[in-house]
Design a protein. Structure first.
Length: 427
């Protein structure tokens, strides 16, 4: 992982917490969760407040999510809103936190001046014993606390102000006035810094859960569709009129569901040509073949000319590779004005020429699912499934790691938004 850290491909955009007062506030939140205080003098946090350094210190990977049915967060600075999310097993935790920050931005900015906000994303789950328990999640509620009880005291001060303004003679209540002064010392002027959250309840849409080997949960009205390992506990246990179950290794069934539910964009010349999508897939597959053919080959150090020369000299090997042969045929068909007809393709081939529908609300989780079916495309895996990418990366040898790091650093990090918009149609 050293190369990934060096090139900011892991933990690269986290917020550094080194000020003693912020560390103290963070420790108060840890204590409120029943966790040990950190002894670190500096650490980094993601959007939820999860720190990889503290995870190492505690030797608990998901220390804010030890119980998978309880997702916790710690907010010490409003800047966390724009950070990546690394410390969760739910793919939609980041989206939920984004909406929470957006709807309560003024509160968070005001409260974190003097305090830390922490709490739990309550999804009404007591425990998760099998995948059918996930069907109970329809909405989530943010339970928000603060170490100095800032939010509670702000609400209390607001009630005292209302009483002072509406009850005749209330200004003579010296005890109440003294209490208001004490409350204001903590909250500041709540007339200008709103410390009462605006929205705490949000809908729970489709998501991926890193549990039971990985579970994709899609929701269409009142109907659920679960894509997971057929050996996962609870598979096909709920009523069929409520849930459709699809084994993740049944590529044909997965594709049919995504197509039928309108979650994917079928291969059309209108987007395939302009996006460079097929060329990208072909390049990834070619790199994989080159490394398999000669593991000592320094693909990362090759120029584009050397890359093409190798492919030409080894054309017999290239022509026998089923993925490259397929993608070359697709490119040739596009040049002749013949986009691929997916019904005539094998299930595994279909996932090479489709992408999530850019306008669909589930585009991120669908892109994650598609990326699992195209293992040679490590760029897509990195973009949509970082945990899966890191696991795969660890299995690469040093030569291929060098190549992957170079491609991601030069081809993705330099313009992440531009690459996502070009290849996948959304940023």
């Amino acid at each position: 992982m050293k190369e990934l850290i060096e090139y900011n491909l892991i933990y690269g955009r986290l917020l550094t917490v080194s000020e003693p007062y912020l560390i103290e506030r963070y420790n108060k939140a840890l204590e409120a969760f029943g966790l040990p205080r950190t002894k670190l003098g500096s650490f980094q946090i993601d959007m939820s407040g999860h720190s990889p350094q503290i995870a190492d210190e505690l030797d608990v990977t998901f220390y804010l999510e030890q119980d998978i049915s309880r997702r916790r967060f710690i907010i010490v600075a409003p800047e966390q809103e724009n950070l990546p999310m690394i410390g969760t097993r739910f793919s939609n935790t980041a989206a939920l936190l984004h909406v929470f920050f957006e709807k309560n931005r003024r509160v968070i900015q005001a409260a974190t001046i003097k305090d830390v906000l922490f709490g739990e994303i309550d999804d009404n789950l007591v425990e998760i014993q099998d995948i059918t328990d996930l069907l109970a999640i329809e909405q989530v509620t943010f339970r928000v606390l603060s170490s100095e009880e800032t939010l509670f005291k702000a609400e209390k001060l607001r009630r005292r102000i209302d009483r002072l303004m509406t009850v005749q003679g209330a200004w003579r209540d010296d005890e109440m006035l003294e209490e208001m002064v004490d409350l204001a010392r903590v909250t500041g002027d709540i007339r200008t810094n709103d410390l009462v959250p605006d929205q705490l309840v949000f809908r729970h849409e489709s998501y991926f859960l890193d549990h039971f080997g990985g579970v994709y949960v899609f929701k269409d009205g009142k109907k659920f569709t679960m894509v997971c390992d057929s050996k996962a506990p609870g598979f096909r246990r709920a009523s069929p009129w409520k849930v459709d179950y699809i084994a993740i290794d049944d590529k044909a069934a997965v594709y049919d569901f995504l197509s039928r539910s309108g979650r994917i964009q079928l291969p059309q010349a209108s987007w395939l040509k302009d996006s460079g999508y097929i060329d990208h897939r072909r390049r990834m597959a070619m790199q994989s073949l080159m490394h398999q053919t000669d593991p000592s080959l320094d693909v990362a150090g090759m120029t584009e000319t050397q890359f093409q020369t190798w492919a030409f000299k080894h054309s017999p090997v290239v022509d026998k590779d089923p993925v490259l042969t397929f993608l070359h045929g697709i490119e040739r068909g596009l040049s002749d004005g013949r986009p691929p007809m997916v019904d005539g393709l094998r299930p595994r081939e279909r996932f090479m020429v489709i992408r999530a529908k850019p306008s669909h609300v589930d585009r991120w989780v669908v892109s994650r699912l598609i990326s699992t079916f195209v293992p040679s495309d490590y760029v897509s895996r990195f973009v949509f499934d970082k945990a899966g990418f890191y696991n795969t990366y660890n299995a690469y040898d040093s030569r291929f790691k060098d190549l992957v790091v170079k491609e991601l650093a030069e081809g993705y990090l330099e313009d992440k938004k531009g690459l996502r918009e070009r290849l996948y149609g959304f940023a």
